[in-house]
Design a protein around this ligand. Structure first.
Ligand SMILES: C[S@@+](CC[C@H](N)C(=O)[O-])C[C@H]1O[C@@H](n2cnc3c(N)ncnc32)[C@H](O)[C@@H]1O
Length: 432
């Protein structure tokens, strides 16, 4: 096997791939596979941390460089960002960061830049972090996102940005078919894992510290799944009853499909659809581990002619593709990947999916619309637009002790101590 690159060099390459449009979920696993298992958490932490603080670190690097590096040397720019991340946000000894970053520069076949790297990092260490004026550096988010959040949430935007820059807690959903929550909390306690019940989700448990899933009691046997508290709330809104036919229209990787099956024994059928051939197998993996069953179909849910057999659904969960701006703390690469110009086309897809799903909902049935976005354009405004077109649809008010009432739905903003940002709306079709 060829000698693996040093960890920092791998991290720089991953960051470059993210800048070029790949998600961490796509480009990190192949890099992790080049390392021994005990080194993988370090690479993961470097990549997530450097994305989380990318805009701040990039601001500092621009301030320190007289001129940008040539395009062909761009990976060295990212290598310096990784080193700055370590200098500013980790406990790593400075001399190790400097020496090993210079080594990584050589390993990336850029020996002509070792002097520059060394000089920039020494100055960074000597001078400390500069005060930067630019909005993107101050909040470590792209300008457009800061501006949009400021416009959408005049009283909350700074809290949202601050929450986005934190690491999210690890939250579990106890499989109610196997354990009740108190029993499982006891098992965690016996295993020496600190945890507490979530406030809003009935089967949720939040861990004090993230742990590898293989340390969780009975994980392989389907006792629990990893799922944010806000995502778990979907089952409480669906009002599931035995005998119902349920559609999960955008299902992969299947977190909510499994939550639905665990929440109600005796559903007639759960159909899980996703258009991504790459992601759909993840639904099956999750079902298998939990010993649950659903009918899986790879299709564009909106193109009902291609997959629907004509039998209407009593319940539909529509967890639409969205900007994912409510889950930035779990996916900090979103700051680099998402563009402002993505939002209008996404809103078009969301409304189109909602219109198509409405057609296949049983009269008297219920549809829950969900996103992990904090932009009203993808959330309560989609519901407003839909209700204008569909005057027979009934909006069911969500009375809950979580989130805030947006009239046409309920919005959760990311909470530094618990759940992600999420949006839910509940619609019912009259029986006619
Ligand atoms: C927010 S994710 C769903 C997360 C999932 N509900 C869960 O809880 O694990 C959105 C999913 O929608 C899928 N998707 C996007 N457009 C779709 C379409 N037109 N039809 C079906 N699935 C679609 C994407 O592949 C993605 O897996």
């Amino acid at each position: 096997m060829a000698q693996a690159l040093p960890i920092r060099a791998l991290a720089a390459r991953v960051l470059l791939s993210v800048e070029n449009g790949q998600s961490l979920n796509q480009c990190l696993p192949p890099a992790l596979n080049q390392l021994a298992p005990e080194q993988r958490p370090q690479l993961q932490a470097l990549c997530y941390g450097s994305c989380r603080w990318f805009h701040r670190l990039d601001g500092e690097l621009h301030h320190r460089l007289n001129k940008p590096l040539r395009k062909s040397d761009r990976v060295v720019h990212h290598l310096m960002l990784v080193a700055l991340f370590q200098l500013r946000f980790s406990e790593q000894a400075t001399y190790a960061v400097l020496n090993e970053t210079v080594e990584a520069c050589r390993a990336l076949s850029k020996p002509h830049l070792t002097g520059l790297v060394n000089g920039v990092l020494r100055a960074a260490e000597r001078e400390g972090a500069p005060e930067l004026e630019a909005i993107s550096s101050r909040f470590s988010h792209p300008d457009w996102m800061v501006e949009k959040l400021r416009h959408n949430w005049p009283d909350d935007w700074q809290a949202i940005l601050a929450a986005n820059n934190l690491q999210a807690p690890m939250t579990l959903r106890v499989n109610a078919l196997r354990f009740d929550r108190d029993q499982y909390l006891k098992l965690l306690d016996e295993a020496g894992i600190g945890a507490k019940a979530t406030r809003f989700a009935r089967h949720g448990i939040q861990l004090e510290q993230p742990v590898p899933v293989d340390r969780l009691p009975w994980f392989d046997d389907g006792a629990v799944s990893v799922q944010d508290e806000a995502a778990q709330l979907c089952t409480q809104l669906l009002d599931l009853q035995a005998g119902q036919r349920v559609l999960d229209a955008c299902a992969a990787p299947g977190g909510k499909t499994c939550a639905i099956l665990e929440a109600c024994n005796g559903l007639a059928e759960v159909v899980a659809i996703d258009e991504s051939a790459e992601r759909l197998p993840r639904v099956q993996e999750n079902l298998d581990r939990l010993d649950l069953h659903a009918t899986l179909t790879e299709a564009d849910a909106a193109d009902t002619a291609s997959w629907w057999n004509g039998e209407r659904f009593d319940r539909i969960l529509l967890d639409v593709p969205c900007s994912a701006t409510g889950v930035i703390r779990r996916h900090p690469d979103i700051k680099l990947l998402r563009r402002e110009s993505d939002i209008v086309p996404l809103a078009g897809i969301q409304l189109g999916l909602l219109q198509a799903m409405w057609e296949i909902l049983q009269p008297g049935g219920r549809l829950v619309y969900a996103t992990c976005s904090v932009f009203p354009q993808e959330n309560h405004r989609i519901i407003q637009r839909f209700l204008k077109q569909q005057d027979t649809a009934t909006l069911v008010p969500i009375s809950a002790d979580w989130g805030r009432d947006m009239t046409t739905g309920r919005q959760l903003l990311p909470d530094p101590d618990s759940h992600d940002g999420f949006f839910y709306a509940v619609l019912e079709k009259p029986r006619t």
